[in-house]
Every structure is written in C-alpha cells, then in structure tokens.
Unconditional design. Structure first.
Length: 258
C-alpha cells in the first residue's frame, strides 16, 4: 500500500495541472502585497500585519479557484490514466482494485492540504513588508476576525493562521473526494471536473431553501477556516461528506469497467 501511495504522489507532482495549481496558489498572494486597491476587497480596512495576509488569500481563492484546482487535478488522476490507457494494464497486475483506489484517495485528500499550505507560505512571503510582530487587530481567522479583540502576539497570530489553514484544507477534503468519485463514474477529466463544480454550484443555489436544509449543505461550511466558537458540528458534517464520497468512489471503482 505504501508503495502505491508513493507512486500516486509521484504522479501527482509530475502532473502539469498539479504543478500549475501549486505555483499559482503560491504566487497569487504576492499580488496582494502590491495591490493598490486591496482596501476595496476588504471593505476599506487596512492590513497592518503580515499575519493577516493568509486570511485574505484563502478568502479570495477558496470560493472558486482552489475548488477548481482540486476538481481538475483529482479528476485527472483517473481521466488521464484512462485516456492514456495506463489504468487497465495496472489493474492486470497483482494489485487489488481496492488498494489502488485507496492509494489514489489518500493522495486526492492530501491535495487540499498542499494547496492551502503553499497558499499560506506565499501569503506570509507577501506579508513580509508589513512585519510579523505583535499588533492591534486580528488575523482574520480568529476572534474578531480582522478587527480582533486587542493586541495579538506573534505566537498567538501564528497559532490562528495554523488553525485556520488546517480548517481550510479540512473543509476542502469533500471536494477532492467528490472529484475522484466523478472521475470514476465519468472516466473523463473535463466531464468529472465539470460535474464536481456543477454539484458545488447547485448546492450554493439552494440558499433559497429553508435554513435547516442549508445547514447540511457542503457549501454552507466553506468558511470554516474563519468560523469562531465550536467547529465540531461543521467538521463532523464535512467528515461525513468525505467518508461518504470516498466509500462511493471505492464501491464504484471496484465495479467500474475500465
């Protein structure tokens, strides 16, 4: 299993789509360091610390760009192998289908953490001119969001960014699992990515329905990284989505004729 997982990660890092996604995620935050009208995006609020840059970058990218990257790259894990004819010969080897798809699943669920990780690194690099000392305000991912609740030390700001980054990646895991499921069902990268994004957009459109329904929608929890108070219920729901899509992907792959 470890060998399969290592192989899948190697394929991931050699994928041109994954390379572009990681590069853009790392470099895009640097735009905020020189953007003259960033205050319009933030509602006339001025950033005063480099610790605030990760929340800005994640907040802008997580609604569309990062889910798009995840949908394309993860769908490609199945679609490219089908189009290149490398998946069928692999299944002829003494490797169970379940082991193979679990290895792909582990890699797919790790991709959001990679994207968020490089986004935070790029954001901190972009925040260098503003410094990383103590400041009056918030990181955008802790109590009071950007306004904060008083003076925030560097150590406390770092912990808020670390917490927010983990929650941002965690909340995107169901998107990766959904993309893999669509890739297995459709066996085509473009179709699977489109199906994944269409599913997310349909969920967003369901905001016109009662609040009770909205609370169980995946898209209602895509601001988890900045959520205050208890995040347990949201994390449990997102975990249920992730496990559900993952089990469906394993079940579908075991029975899919490729």
């Amino acid at each position: 299993m470890l060998t399969l997982i290592t192989l899948e990660f190697r394929k991931l890092f050699l994928s041109r789509s994954a390379q572009i996604a990681l590069l853009v995620s790392a470099l895009l935050p640097l735009l905020w360091a020189v953007a003259p009208r960033l205050n319009l995006l933030l509602g006339d609020m001025t950033l005063i610390s480099g610790w605030q840059m990760p929340a800005v970058s994640i907040g802008v990218a997580v609604q569309f760009m990062i889910p798009l990257f995840i949908a394309l790259v993860v769908a490609e894990m199945i679609g490219t192998e089908v189009s290149q004819g490398t998946l069928a010969p692999l299944l002829l080897r003494p490797v169970s289908r379940t082991s193979l798809i679990v290895a792909k699943l582990v890699t797919a669920l790790s991709f959001p953490f990679l994207l968020i990780g490089v986004t935070i690194l790029g954001s901190l690099l972009a925040g260098l001119p503003r410094g990383f000392g103590s400041f009056l305000g918030g990181t955008g991912m802790g109590p009071g969001l950007f306004v904060g609740v008083g003076e925030l030390s560097s150590a406390a700001a770092f912990m808020e960014v670390l917490r927010g980054g983990f929650l941002a990646a965690f909340m995107l895991m169901p998107v990766a699992a959904l993309a893999l499921l669509c890739g297995i069902l459709l066996l085509n990268t473009a179709s699977a990515a489109l199906a994944t994004l269409a599913t997310l957009n349909i969920m967003r459109l369901l905001v016109v329905f009662p609040e009770a329904l909205q609370q169980v929608l995946l898209t209602s929890h895509l601001a988890l990284y900045a959520q205050q108070g208890s995040v347990t219920s949201s994390m449990i729901l997102l975990l249920i989505y992730t496990i559900g899509f993952s089990l469906m992907a394993i079940f579908a792959f075991d029975r899919r004729d490729v």
